[in-house]
Design a protein around this ligand. Structure first.
Ligand code: C2E
Ligand code: MG
Ligand code: MG
Ligand code: MG
Length: 279
């Protein structure tokens, strides 16, 4: 009878769906193994100031899958968030990024550089999050004032008191906060004002068409003005052309990140990039 019921329900699930479920399950199992086997790595994308001088980098996770090659986070971060694997993965990212940050701190030429690390809502909400970040800083010897955590607007939706309390606890040690992909989520200006942020990050979707003559120029300018009036620094992501950079700089955007300056680089290449440009 169980089999009959099983067959029955199977009839209602179409084949694409079955394939999708099987693929996801395989990916999840692969990801668990990958974490154990050390298949994840970080690339680092430079961030530069208005003069084009590097101020730091954003750590971006990659997965070197044994069969599929280098897999982009767009393919596995959402699944990692759903399954909870983002907790061990996020911990690994933080640890690796802070280890790299500590190595910058130890050399005069790179000592002032900052490291931005993406933190997903689920990670941030974990009761141990603050303690874990502080433990990683302690263990790696990275300077908390050089660490910048990138949060997304999803965190603004509920439990703002808790969010603010966690941010304040980390800020007390010097950790900075940037609001990533700004303008694409559920921004509530009332909440934005309450968060102890240091930086707004203009989403690349607005940067892309900033010169196309549509509304994106207005949106980008408005985000810069908003950030400034809240006392925040503003960085633009996805800057690919001189013209985009010039437009944003003209409207007092403080910092930039994008292919115009550099793609995300492997660990040895980011050090070469920073070493070559900072002194
Ligand atoms: P994000 O944090 O908004 O990162 C920016 C993304 O834009 C990166 O994609 C970067 O490679 C890409 N990008 C940078 N410059 C340009 C440009 O000039 N043009 C274009 N078209 N793209 C550019 P990536 O590395 O594939 O990461 C995608 C997303 O995955 C990230 O978006 C972030 O949300 C998430 N992610 C990456 N690493 C981590 C991580 O360690 N933890 C968590 N929770 N999420 C991560
Ligand atoms: Mg980011
Ligand atoms: Mg972003
Ligand atoms: Mg983005």
């Amino acid at each position: 009878q169980a089999r009959a019921a099983g067959q029955n329900s199977l009839r209602f699930v179409d084949l694409d769906m079955q394939t999708a479920i099987a693929t996801r399950a395989a990916l999840e199992a692969d990801m668990r193994l990958g974490l154990e086997r050390g298949e994840f790595l970080l690339h680092y994308q430079p961030q530069v100031d208005a003069r084009g001088d590097p101020t730091g980098a954003e750590a971006l996770v990659r997965w070197r899958h044994p069969r599929r090659g280098l897999v982009s986070p767009a393919e596995f971060i959402p699944l990692a968030e759903e399954t909870g694997l983002i907790l061990p993965l996020g911990q690994w990212v933080l640890e690796s990024a802070c280890t790299h940050l500590a190595s910058w701190g130890a050399r005069p030429g790179t000592a002032g550089l900052t490291m931005a690390v993406n933190v997903s809502a689920r990670q941030f909400r974990h009761p141990d999050f603050v303690r874990q970040v502080l433990a990683v800083l302690e263990r790696t010897g990275a300077d908390p004032r050089r660490l910048k955590l990138e949060l997304t607007e999803g965190l603004l939706i509920d439990n703002v008191e808790e969010t603010v309390a966690r941010m304040i606890a980390l800020k007390a040690q010097g950790v900075g906060f940037s609001l990533d992909d700004f303008g694409t989520g559920y921004s509530s200006l009332a909440y934005l004002k309450r968060l102890p942020l240091d930086q707004l990050k203009i989403d690349q979707s607005f940067v892309r068409d900033v010169l196309a003559g549509g509304n994106d120029a207005t949106i980008a300018r408005t985000i810069i003005t908003l950030g400034k009036s809240l006392g925040l620094a503003v960085i633009a992501e996805g800057v690919e052309t001189e013209a985009q950079r010039d437009f944003l700089a003209q409207h007092q955007c403080d910092a930039f990140q994008g292919y115009l300056f550099s793609r995300p680089l492997a660990a040895d290449l980011i050090d070469a990039f920073m070493g070559a440009r900072t002194r």
